[in-house]
Design a binder for this molecule. Structure first.
Ligand code: SAH
Ligand code: SF4
Length: 346
């Protein structure tokens, strides 16, 4: 790991104290903060409002990047861009940008690898390496924001659905979101963020109690314990009944709509029976179901569902009064599924 502190790990107050100890006036911290988080400069050299000497001091004191882009892929329809980044310790993570209507949605990673071992997930198949720091999560957003700025665009939504389990790295993820939400900095509204979790019950409860405006998605994929346990090992620790109880608590406390994610795997969880079981499980809850045809991965035998089955699954849910949407598999030609690019990185 590099020895210098990473600038994007710093809280504003820490930066302010450091600058004061360097004999700088208090407003200097705000200038520097705005340069990085509003004007999206990459290095102190680009900050024209401070002295050359201070620029040099900052460059000597801090690291300003932990993400070295090592591969960038653009889907054939030009709508999805996926970047693989190498971290200072050689680990690889990825972040994906999706252009959709007027939205620029970013899918960012929270960990290098993942400890949860979901059988169909490329990240789960590679195992856990380490948590990302707050700054490493923030830098993924800054990277794409700088890129978009060149064509006068901006990041409009951020989903923490890349590599890793965000609630297994709770503090860094929430601090990163707070940083990107900061009105005096990056200023992306809290409602523009979505965290997706595999279902870490204590963390769902903690998140609910914090009553944040951030959206929450739960990876359900199965509506009975046996099937869920065969796909998501975490089910053995936090069974469906506990998970659903935590979800209800979340909705009651926050009055916010919850999203459930369901990756359709042919013959495994895409039948009429599965749809009915799901409808029964979530009936009456303030929720929305995202139906996502499985992205096939190397180490999982399951196949993706057919389009007809996905449509039938949706119509069963709709008939039972469950709001739902089929999400397209975007960027399939560039392995834009969770962890799929990094798992081919040596
Ligand atoms: N760890 C979190 C967030 C990252 S995964 C979570 O599991 O929710 C983001 C979403 O992608 C999850 O819903 C996950 O189940 C889903 N996913 C993972 N691998 C997939 C695949 N091969 N095909 C379709 N969805 C997949
Ligand atoms: Fe981890 Fe989410 Fe993949 Fe499961 S689906 S292994 S929790 S990243």
């Amino acid at each position: 790991m590099p020895e210098k502190p990473f600038f994007f790990d710093l809280e504003f107050e820490t930066l302010k104290d450091e600058l004061i100890s360097l004999g700088q006036p208090e407003f200097r911290a705000r200038q520097i903060w705005q340069a990085f988080y509003c004007n999206l400069v990459e290095t102190p050299d680009q900050i024209t409002t401070i002295s050359k000497e201070l620029r040099q001091t900052l460059s000597q004191k801090y690291d300003f990047t932990h993400l070295a882009p090592s591969n960038r892929l653009v889907s054939t329809d030009n709508e999805t861009v996926k970047t693989l980044f190498e971290l200072p310790d050689g680990r690889a993570i990825e972040a994906v940008l999706m252009h959709y209507d007027e939205r620029q949605t970013l899918c960012i990673s929270s960990q290098a690898g993942c400890a949860m071992g979901c059988v169909f997930c490329a990240t789960g198949q590679m195992g856990f390496a380490r948590n990302l720091s707050c700054g490493e999560i923030v830098e993924q957003a800054l990277y794409y924001a700088r890129l978009l700025k060149k064509s006068n665009k901006a990041v409009t939504n951020i989903v923490v659905m890349g590599m890793g389990e965000p609630f297994h790295n709770y503090d860094a993820v929430l601090t990163a979101i707070d940083r990107l939400n900061d009105p005096a900095g990056f200023n992306l509204g809290a409602r523009r963020f979505t965290i997706s979790t595999v279902g870490l019950v204590p963390m769902i409860k903690r998140f609910a109690a914090e009553k944040r405006q951030i959206n929450l998605a739960i990876s359900l994929h199965a509506a009975n314990d046996a099937l869920r346990a065969s796909l998501l090992p975490i089910e053995r620790k936090y069974p469906l009944a506990d998970l659903m109880q935590a979800c209800k608590e979340y909705i009651d406390t926050t009055k916010r709509r919850l999203t459930f994610e369901w990756a359709l795997i042919q013959g495994v969880n895409d039948t009429e029976k599965d749809a009915l079981e799901l409808a029964t499980l979530v009936k009456g809850m303030l929720c929305h179901v995202n139906i996502i045809p499985l992205n096939p991965t190397d180490k999982f035998n399951g196949k993706t569902t057919t389009h007809e089955r996905a449509v039938a699954f949706r119509s069963t849910l709709e008939k039972n009064g469950i709001p739902c949407t089929i999400r397209l598999r975007r960027g399939i030609d560039i392995n834009a599924g969770c962890g799929q690019l990094a798992s081919t990185h040596k």
